[in-house]
Design a protein around this ligand. Structure first.
Ligand code: O7M
Length: 211
């Protein structure tokens, strides 16, 4: 239930960290820093080295045709899931879903999310309940919002919560509130010993999961 947010630039470093922490994580999330730093081929390389599902976090937010053109290349590159924004509307989201599995942003973890995205979270939940993505993004920094989103969201749609660790969110609180996966970046890849950091987090999460 830990998703590693591998936000480093360098290919070698990304591969080394992924291999080091592999046994403690469930998926790897690749965002623009790694894609721009190492090229899109890093998705398949990480997938082959670790055997883990890959999430491409591009937060796509364009017209349906452009979303489709981008998503096609990213799925072809080996991504199992693509993260998309819902605020651009159902048609843009559906265009990507026709090509593969998606995770849709319902509410973000940073303070600025309160300006625009939190006020429309109910509408985004409504879209998610209608189109049934694999999962949604909810703020690990606001467990009360995770609890609310869990309550409003159709059963079976997974909740991914970024914001754990470096942004101040607690893994335990996010999971208690209903998160299925916690997304963690700097707390693992920024640690002096990423393997130990991942192991510690894994134990913390496992201890909580088993009650
Ligand atoms: O643990 P961190 O703070 O180093 O990294 C968090 C990762 O999650 C990083 O890749 C962010 O881009 C991403 N993220 C957020 O931090 N907040 C959000 O609201 C959404 C995401 C995300 O993954 O969106 C899909």
């Amino acid at each position: 239930m830990i998703v590693l947010a591998l936000d480093v630039y360098e290919r070698e470093r990304a591969l080394r960290i992924a291999e080091d922490v592999r046994e403690y994580i469930s998926m790897i999330k690749v965002n623009w820093p790694l894609i721009l730093g190492s090229g899109i081929g890093i998705i398949r390389e990480l997938k082959e080295r670790t055997g883990l599902p890959m999430i491409a976090d591009l937060k796509l937010a364009d017209i349906p045709n452009t979303n489709r053109l981008v998503a096609k290349k990213v799925f072809e590159a080996g991504a199992d899931y693509i993260i998309v924004h819902g605020f651009v509307g159902r048609d843009s989201v559906r265009a990507i879903m026709e090509l593969g599995e998606i995770i849709m942003v319902v509410e973000m973890s940073h303070p600025g999310a309160e300006e625009f995205i939190q006020p429309v979270a109910d509408k985004l939940i409504e879209i998610a309940n209608e189109i049934e993505p694999f999962g949604v993004i909810a703020p690990g920094t606001r467990p009360e919002r995770v609890r609310y989103i869990r309550k409003m969201l159709k059963k079976g749609i997974k909740i991914f919560t970024p914001g754990i660790g470096a942004q101040g969110g607690s893994a335990r609180k996010a999971l208690e509130a209903g998160a299925d996966y916690i997304i963690v970046g700097r707390r693992i890849y920024g640690a002096e010993d990423p393997r130990r950091a991942a192991e510690e987090l894994y134990k913390e999460v496992r201890a909580w999961s088993s009650g």
